[in-house]
Design a protein around this ligand. Structure first.
Ligand SMILES: [Zn+2]
Length: 297
């Protein structure tokens, strides 16, 4: 791990770049449509269909994109190729929730194909693919996350809720014995709409998040692909999501999403949308409206 002092210095730099195109446009409406509404969307949040894994892109407009995880393989490139403007080869920030292949595999090609402004990651991984990714990242800028860190965006902000930075005390070591439970957790507020990206957090990290608060959002990326060990009742009661996005592969060997978890999501009152059934799911934020556009119905 590099020293935090070095990497954190990049955050103000990023903030200055992003603040240069700052635009505030609050809104509250939520709807479901085929995506044929009037006017060009100001911002979009994509949950890519990458099979068994996670990859979400926040396109805030004005040529500013943030990628959260990259899925297991090159599938993410297809999604990026379809939505990145031809003239824009720069992704301002990549956040890696934790170093498991179903989240970082696609980042290896992403960092070589795109000009990535900075990469936020918090844990050491193992294996040749991960080493290759870290080597590529070293050539650029790396940000170590910290709880409470705020990254201003045009029209919003990303707040880091769980840092999961390795330490030497025993509680911290225990936390890192399960990389899922040390996932970087990001909360996005964009044009008045809110999203939570908890990576593969399981029960232990959900409990920590409950203590830190600020979980109430409209859109929840369901943690850990809808596994039985995540999305506890208490967690869902605090999040109170309107939309639950499950990112998982068709007929995956883990049985994700777990039927018990799906029924907890239903009880929580959210509308569940799944990448394995609906393909890439797009949230279009236009002024005060939010529209959800699945690739397949
Ligand atoms: Zn995963």
């Amino acid at each position: 791990m590099r020293k935090a002092a070095y990497t954190l210095a990049l955050v103000p730099l990023l903030a200055i770049v992003l603040a240069a195109v700052f635009l505030s446009w609050p809104g509250t409406g939520t709807g479901f449509s085929s995506g044929t509404g009037f006017g060009a969307p100001e911002a979009r949040v994509y949950f890519f269909d990458v099979g068994q894994g996670d990859a979400a892109l926040i396109d805030v407009g004005h040529g500013t994109q943030i990628l959260i995880d990259g899925g297991p393989d090159r599938a993410v490139l297809r999604g990026l190729g379809e939505i990145m403007p031809r003239f824009d080869r720069r992704i301002e920030l990549v956040i890696l929730s934790h170093p498991h292949l179903d989240h970082y595999g696609g980042l290896i090609d992403t960092v070589s194909r795109y000009d990535v402004g900075a990469v936020m990651l918090n844990q050491s991984g193992s294996g040749k693919p991960y080493e290759r990714l870290v080597e590529d990242v070293r050539a650029g800028s790396r940000i170590i996350p910290a709880a409470g860190q705020r990254i201003p965006l045009p029209g919003g902000v990303i707040e880091i809720l769980e840092p999961g930075v390795p330490g030497t005390d025993s509680a911290n070591r225990k936390r890192f014995s399960n990389p899922n439970d040390a996932s970087v957790v990001a909360r996005l507020e964009l044009h008045g709409h809110t999203f939570l990206f908890p990576g593969d957090a399981e029960e232990a990290e959900e409990r920590r998040l409950l203590r830190s608060g600020g979980l109430d959002v409209e859109v929840l990326k369901v943690p850990h692909h809808g596994s039985s060990t995540s999305s506890t009742e208490e967690f869902l009661q605090a999040v109170t999501p309107d939309w639950c996005i499950v990112s998982s592969g068709k007929d995956n060997p883990y049985g994700h999403p777990n039927p018990g978890t799906l029924s907890r999501l239903e009880t929580a009152g959210c509308r569940t949308v799944r990448t394995d059934r609906h393909g890439t799911i797009t949230f279009r934020l236009t002024g005060s409206q939010m529209r959800v556009v699945p690739q397949r119905r």
